[in-house]
Design a protein. Structure first.
Length: 212
């Protein structure tokens, strides 16, 4: 019984050794191909370039610095693709004696000359003619901006805005400055301010009080 077990173990050992040798023999042609993908003009690295091995239907993506590494066989065809650049190929040499190989692959920009496209805001000539006839030549962007930024427009908008933290802080600081300015004396009263009366009379004559 023991003799039979010893023979069985020896048989399985020889079978495992032969299988391992066959795997080593099958993978002995593998080459670890590493490299960097760069631009041909600036020599800058091309990050995240797609490297696809057409022969074994397997691919990798380069890192941020354009570096990639992939196992290949001699004679494999690699495709390098990057948006805005021409897809290029590289054939792994079949005369390599080492199982490691490094390359520097350059990509060429894909320049396309397309015809000029002019975009008009009117879908047809008839719409353009109607808009040209009905347009207001003086209602341009500058005049609209001046009208929207006038004192009356800004005052109208400011009257409807709620006070925020910056406005409250500014009002508080202004009150503190006024208190410091009149410290030790009676506070200022606009009823005895001739400039305030002059402004009131001027606004009354201009009709601004009636508008309010």
């Amino acid at each position: 019984m023991k003799k039979g077990l010893v023979i069985l173990f020896v048989f399985f050992g020889m079978y495992a050794t032969s299988q391992q040798d066959s795997l080593i023999y099958l993978d002995s042609n593998l080459i670890q191909l590493s490299g960097v993908v760069i631009d041909e003009e600036s020599l800058d690295p091309m990050p995240y370039t797609t490297v696809f091995d057409r022969s074994i239907r397997r691919g990798v993506i380069a890192d941020f610095y354009g570096f990639f590494s992939t196992p290949v066989y001699p004679g494999d065809t690699l495709y390098f693709s990057y948006f805005g650049y021409k897809t290029s190929t590289y054939v792994v040499p079949d005369t390599l004696t080492d199982n490691r190989y490094s390359i520097i692959h350059m990509l060429h920009k894909d320049t396309l000359n397309i015809p000029e496209v002019v975009v008009y805001p009117w879908p047809s000539r008839e719409d353009f003619a109607r808009a040209f006839v009905e347009m207001e030549p003086y209602d341009d962007a500058l005049r609209r901006a001046q009208r929207e930024l006038s004192g009356e427009s800004l005052a109208f908008v400011a009257a409807r805005l709620e006070g925020d933290a910056s406005l409250a802080y500014g009002l508080t600081q202004q009150q503190n400055y006024t208190r410091l300015y009149t410290q030790g004396q009676l506070p200022a009263n606009n009823l005895f301010n001739p400039y305030a009366w002059a402004k009131l009379i001027k606004d009354w004559k201009a009709g601004k009080l009636s508008k309010q």
